[in-house]
Design a protein around this ligand. Structure first.
Ligand code: GAP
Length: 482
């Protein structure tokens, strides 16, 4: 574990050094649990978002995408249950004044125990959480003498519920203003648009509505870099189905989403399912797809069977009818019917997916050269199709017409994929810089190019080099990224 934590610190430093992720407002000493994506990170994040969007909206005939506003009518959050229920049990240490999420505090403690004892305390915690037994959670903390990491004391307050939504005011004059919330999930923007999309898109059940966008949660314990942030991005899809068929679709999406993660290069053995013991107020079944992060197995994506809870709640609060008229029921010999569709949701955090990809990609390599000396590199083995830059184009020298040939290649390729042109420094140094940002291919233009129209292509992961025709470079990269 110690090595893995070190490795995680190195990943964080690497992300900063190579323009993937910066602390927000770093100039002013940063803002806790808020991050900015730099030039490499923004592109990698966009590629992940695009892959997800394509897999949902382009590869499924019955899923469409929308882009709803972050600000929504305040009643939305009353109807959804977030005003009353979107809270976590918290506890404060009276000596350090540090506040903890109870499940995080107990989980961290369980990791210090042996396997059997660690599992036992987590099972007990799950039971108490499922029963909303706040006093029982406090007793569990007291009985195990769990300490605050700052004060090192067990001087705790009672366990209390804290709402995680950020609120703000809309309107410029105080009297006219109203309290609104920054959305804590993108899903509600889909539910309130269910009828708009169904009618204008003439969608037939089963069908899905997908959306990506920012969500905000006032996480009390924000840690582990971009794993738990206060401002983050979700990629959610609500799949509307006939009542009674939800478990079939729940299983379908459980499988489909795990396979999708594998399709973008996450090894199957690094993913697993975790069924929820305590169900959210809206769910009749729920699970997490977990990934083995450098700090342990944690939730990457949630699959939730949300019943008809959300649509029914919005119908009640808005006093509008939100139902679907199912023609096909009649064709099947059943009476015509209006019903409130059930919903199966897939919800993945884009930032967590980003962290997954970079945790897997970050590799330190050392080897002995032919002269016996040691060499090393840090390489980001990001799968080609999501790598921020696909091809580096490197003239060996800044003269003899080599930059002109390289510029020609740049011109040919940049309409198709992201290229990077660089003339400065020795070629070895340039290769290392490309390794560090995960560029899968480097092409070097040298004097031989002028003679026989070939270039040297260097493969990031193996460092192997070979000569190929200048004319074949573009297709080689396109094929590798498709
Ligand atoms: N609409 C359902 C929903 O929001 P969730 O399990 O609370 O469910 C879904 O969140 C996903 O959003 C999580 O699996 C995680 O990937 C991501 N997520 C949640 N809270 C996050 C946070 N504070 N920082 C980063 N990602 C977060």
């Amino acid at each position: 574990m110690a090595n893995e934590i070190n490795n995680f610190q190195e990943i964080i430093s690497h992300c900063k050094e190579y323009g993937f992720i910066f602390q927000s407002s770093e100039l002013y000493d940063g803002l806790s649990a808020v991050y900015d994506y730099g030039q490499m990170g923004a592109q990698l994040k966009k590629n992940l978002r695009d892959e997800w969007w394509k897999s949902m909206t382009q590869l499924h005939d019955n899923i469409v995408g929308i882009d709803a506003a972050i600000f929504m009518h305040p009643t939305v959050w009353k109807a959804s249950g977030h005003v009353d229920n979107f809270s976590d049990p918290m506890i404060d240490n009276k000596d350090s004044n540090k506040r903890y999420r109870v499940d995080h505090l107990i989980e961290a403690y369980s990791e210090t125990l042996d396997k059997t004892a660690g599992e036992a305390i987590l099972i007990e915690m799950d039971r108490l959480l499922a029963a909303d037994d706040l006093a029982g959670l406090k007793t569990l903390i007291d009985n195990n003498k769990i300490k605050c990491i700052i004060s090192k004391t067990c001087n705790w307050t009672d366990v209390r519920q804290f709402n995680l939504m950020f609120s703000t005011q809309i309107g410029s004059v105080a009297e006219e203003s109203d309290t609104i919330y920054l959305r804590p999930e993108t899903a509600q923007g889909i539910f309130v648009n269910f009828l708009n999309v169904q009618k204008t898109g003439r969608m037939k059940i089963p069908f899905g509505i997908a959306q990506t966008g920012k969500a905000f949660r006032n996480e009390i314990v924000a840690r582990q870099f971009i794993f738990r942030m206060r401002e983050f991005e979700q990629m959610e899809m609500q799949f509307f189905v006939r009542p009674g068929t939800q478990m079939e679709w729940y299983n379908f999406w459980k499988e489909t989403r795990k396979k999708w993660h594998e399709s973008i290069g996450i090894p199957a053995e690094k993913l697993r399912y975790h069924d929820h013991v305590k169900l959210a107020h809206y769910a009749d079944a729920a699970l997490d797809i977990e990934f083995e992060f450098p700090f342990g197995w944690k939730e990457l994506e949630g699959i939730h069977s949300r019943t008809d809870f959300d649509l029914t709640q919005h119908a009640t609060y808005s006093k509008k009818k939100i139902q679907y008229f199912d023609n096909d029921l009649n064709a099947e010999g059943k009476p015509y019917g209006n019903y409130t569709p059930f919903v199966v949701e897939t919800s993945v955090g884009l930032d967590r997916l980003f962290l997954t990809v970079i945790s897997l990609a970050y590799t330190e390599e050392k080897w002995n050269k032919e002269d016996g000396t040691e060499d090393s590199r840090v390489v980001m083995k990001i799968p080609a199709k999501i790598a921020p830059i696909k091809l580096a184009i490197l003239p060996l020298l800044k003269k003899d017409g080599l930059p002109e040939i390289a510029s020609q290649l740049m011109h040919d390729c940049k309409q198709q994929f992201h290229c990077f042109y660089e003339e400065k420094d020795a070629i070895g140094k340039r290769y290392r810089r490309m390794d560090a940002i995960g560029t899968p291919f480097c092409v070097t233009i040298d004097h031989q190019t002028k003679e026989d129209n070939t270039v040297t292509i260097r493969y990031r992961d193996t460092m192997l080099q070979e000569r190929i025709n200048f004319a074949d470079v573009k297709n080689l990269v396109i094929n590798a990224c498709s």
